[in-house]
Design a protein around this ligand. Structure first.
Ligand code: FE2
Length: 290
C-alpha cells in the first residue's frame, strides 16, 4: 500500500507466463493487471515499490516438479543455472527492465526508493543460496542466515551495485510504513543467531551503519517486530515495536513493546497472552480508533 492508496500486487504462477503484476486504486478498482513473462516458474515471495516504479524479483529458487516424485513435499529448490534478476516496471505499467544480480535468494524486501532521477535503491534480506539440494538430491543443505543487503540500480547505465550491511543474520524486516517507497533511515528485524533460531530484535540505522539489539532469552523465540508510529510523531523512529515472544520454559506467549528509538533498553511493557502463539511469521497492527 502506498501514500496514494494504491495496492500493488504480484501473482506468481506455475503456468506460463509465470508472473502477473497489478495495481488496485484507493477505491478498490483494479487499474492494472498485466502479464510478465519469465523463462521458468519462480519462487517469488515479496515485491518492492518506489514512488514511480515497482521492483519484482526472479532469483535462483524456482520450481522443480520432479521433486514430488522423489519424496519431497515441496517442489522448490535452488537452481545454479538460473539467472538472478531484478525487474523494474513503471508503477502503472510499461516494459519491465531486467537487471542481472549475483546469484541469490530473497524472501523479504525491506524497502525501495528513488535515490535520484536515475538510481533506484532496493534493500532486502539476501541469502547467498537457499533450499539447495545435496548432490545426491535426497535432502537440502542447511540454509545460511539472511543478511541485510543494498542494491543500487542505475537505470541510465544498467549497472547494479550490491553491498552487504553488516553480517548479522536477520529476517522479517519492517520499517515505519509511512516511509514505504520513500527514502528512509531505520529498519527493524528479527535476529537469527543461527538459521534455526529467531531470537532477538534489531534496529539498523543506515546513517551510522550500526545495529542495536535487544536479546531474547535463550530458548525463547520471537516473531516480526511491527513498527507502530506515535500519534503526531515528529521523527521517523518515534514509535514502538510490537513483537510476539514465545516463552519456552512456560509454553506461553507475550507481546512485548519496545521503544523503537532505544530497543536495547528492553521492553517498556509486556502483555501476557491467554494463549500460546507459535514463533514465526508476520504481524500487523490497527489503531483502536481506526
Ligand atoms: Fe513473508
Amino acid at each position: 500500500m502506498t501514500l496514494t492508496g494504491d495496492l500493488v500486487t504480484f501473482r506468481a504462477d506455475w503456468k506460463a507466463p509465470f508472473l502477473r503484476y497489478g495495481v488496485t486504486d484507493a477505491l478498490g478498482r483494479p487499474t492494472l493487471d498485466i502479464e510478465i513473462a519469465l523463462p521458468a516458474p519462480s519462487m517469488i515471495h515479496d515485491i518492492a515499490i518506489t514512488a514511480t516504479h515497482s521492483v519484482v524479483l526472479d532469483l535462483n529458487v524456482g520450481y522443480d516438479f520432479s521433486m514430488l516424485t522423489r519424496g519431497h513435499r515441496m517442489p522448490l529448490r535452488w537452481h545454479d543455472e538460473r539467472a538472478a534478476r531484478l525487474g523494474v516496471i513503471p508503477r502503472h505499467g510499461g516494459d519491465v527492465r531486467w537487471f542481472e544480480l549475483a546469484p541469490c535468494f530473497i524472501l523479504h524486501v525491506v524497502n525501495a526508493y528513488n535515490e535520484d532521477m536515475t538510481t533506484i535503491v532496493l534493500d532486502a534480506v539476501r541469502y547467498p543460496w537457499f533450499l539447495r539440494l545435496l548432490p545426491d538430491g535426497t535432502a537440502f543443505e542447511g540454509n545460511p542466515v539472511g543478511v541485510l543487503w543494498r542494491y543500487r540500480v542505475n537505470l541510465a547505465s544498467g549497472a547494479v551495485y550490491e553491498t552487504p550491511a553488516g553480517d548479522s543474520g536477520i529476517e522479517l524486516p519492517r520499517i515505519n510504513e509511512q516511509r514505504t517507497g520513500r527514502m528512509y533511515r531505520f529498519l527493524y528485524a528479527a535476529e537469527q543467531p543461527t538459521p534455526d533460531e529467531m531470537r532477538g530484535i534489531v534496529r539498523y540505522d543506515w546513517h551510522s551503519g550500526t545495529f542495536e539489539r535487544y536479546a531474547i532469552p535463550p530458548g525463547d523465540q520471537n516473531g516480526e517486530p511491527v513498527f507502530v508510529p506515535r500519534r503526531r510523531a515528529k521523527t521517523e523512529d518515534d514509535g514502538w515495536l510490537l513483537c510476539c515472544v514465545y516463552r519456552h520454559a512456560t509454553d506461553t506467549s507475550d507481546v512485548i513493546v519496545l521503544d523503537a528509538r532505544d530497543v536495547a533498553a528492553g521492553p517498556v511493557a509486556i502483555v501476557h497472552l491467554p494463549t500460546r502463539i507459535p514463533a514465526g511469521f508476520h504481524g500487523t497492527w490497527l489503531a483502536s480508533d481506526g
